[in-house]
Ligand binder design. Structure first.
Ligand SMILES: NC(=O)c1ccc[n+]([C@@H]2O[C@H](COP(=O)([O-])OP(=O)(O)OC[C@H]3O[C@@H](n4cnc5c(N)ncnc54)[C@H](OP(=O)(O)O)[C@@H]3O)[C@@H](O)[C@H]2O)c1
Length: 341
């Protein structure tokens, strides 16, 4: 156990939003014997529906624990978690539960004025589960040390930036980058439609399980903020595909130096054995997207698909589990922030 964890032994955690990410995180905390830290959760669904969705999960399978409804919430293998069903962020009362760390997993409250409402309600710190509208993004393994003990709101970005930022960091360090194009190919999420419906970005409203759907994503400007020397050198998009989970980042990079695919793979392999081992990994097995489910890394480079053309044009493909991998990044943040309570 790290010193940070020891000092945060009594950290009290609450989760707002028990959707895919909230429930995946709860499962991970259970698996890591850290459930004792979870004191309360909030969502808008009835409690019995949450218990059902915790017990039975189409992607993760059955929850390996006894989950029972109690007077104030539910218990998991005897550990009681309070449940509130409150849609209005201003009416939440984290002071009542003495919450240290509030994990904001609705995806709705990403402006600092909204996140600050959790602080006003009694939480000491807030960990978002996506990009903050006006909060700088900090990615584990890249710029997480920018977070100071006094920082109250942390935005860890989303699963895609957690996959690509450590890879861009490594490639830029070793070869220098002229330009990058990223396409993140990802399974659908609840922020898409099951059947065609109106939506402000028209394509996002198309039936999620029926087509490949190109999406605009905002990871390029965030990456350019993290890597200031790459300003105006990054383009990004996402393609949503008809699978329920699993993702792959497809990076096309023009390097400043010539190299080989073997060298690129060995840079990533070395990083995966050193201080980036939690975040970066590499496989030479001929895997497909379902094989990455349950993988805790932020990225698993597919070594057999790394290619170099013309000496300096790199094509790199990296798999990630957009739910389980991302929940592991939230766990990294919980460990880090526990040191500050
Ligand atoms: N899914 C992924 O792969 C992934 C990966 C990385 C990051 N993220 C980010 O994580 C966040 C959550 O994503 P998700 O996939 O977990 O979404 P989700 O499954 O839709 O979960 C959000 C949950 O919050 C509930 N909710 C809605 N309004 C609420 C309110 N006012 N108060 C409390 N709860 C409320 C939703 O209920 P209803 O369903 O009834 O609306 C739902 O249960 C998003 O910002 C997303 O970008 C997602």
């Amino acid at each position: 156990m790290t010193d940070q964890m020891k000092s945060g032994e009594n950290t009290r955690i609450a989760i707002n939003g028990m959707g895919r990410i909230g429930r995946t995180l709860l499962r991970l905390l259970h698996q890591e014997s850290l459930l004792k830290h979870v004191i309360a959760v909030n969502d808008i669904m009835p409690k019995e529906n949450l218990i059902y969705l915790l017990k039975y999960d189409s992607i993760r399978g059955a929850f390996n624990a006894e989950i029972i409804s109690t007077q104030n919430g539910f218990s998991i293998n005897g550990h009681e978690i309070a449940y509130t069903q409150q849609a209005e962020i201003s009416k939440l009362n984290w002071k009542f539960f003495s919450i240290d760390l509030l994990i904001e997993a609705t995806g709705l409250f990403t402006h600092s004025t909204e996140a600050n409402q959790h602080i006003s309600s009694g939480a000491k710190k807030v960990l978002l589960t996506t990009f903050g509208k006006d909060i700088p993004t900090t990615v584990c393994g890249v710029n997480h040390l920018e977070i100071k003990p006094e920082t109250q709101i942390v935005s860890p970005g989303d699963c895609t930036i957690n996959c690509v930022a450590p890879l861009i960091y490594l490639i830029d360090q070793h070869y220098g980058i002229e330009s990058v194009h990223i396409n993140v190919i990802q399974g659908y999420t609840t922020r898409q439609e099951l059947l065609d419906a109106p939506y402000k970005g028209f394509r996002r409203g198309r039936a999620a399980a029926h087509s490949f759907i190109p999406f605009e994503v905002n990871i390029a400007p965030v990456l350019e903020t993290i890597f200031s020397t790459l300003n105006s050198k990054i383009e990004s998009m996402s393609t949503r595909v008809p699978v329920s989970c699993g993702a792959m980042a497809d990076l096309s990079v023009v390097l400043k130096k010539h190299t080989t695919a073997e060298e690129i793979n060995s840079v990533i392999a070395n990083a995966s054995k050193g201080e980036m081992k939690k975040w970066v990994s590499i496989t030479y097995d001929p895997i497909v997207s379902s094989d990455v489910l349950g993988n805790p890394h932020a990225s698993t480079t597919d070594g057999t698909l790394t290619k170099i053309t013309n000496g300096n044009h790199l094509r790199l493909l990296a798999w990630f589990d957009n739910e389980w991998g991302y929940a592991n990044r939230l766990l990294d943040w919980i460990h880090l922030l526990q040191g500050y309570f």
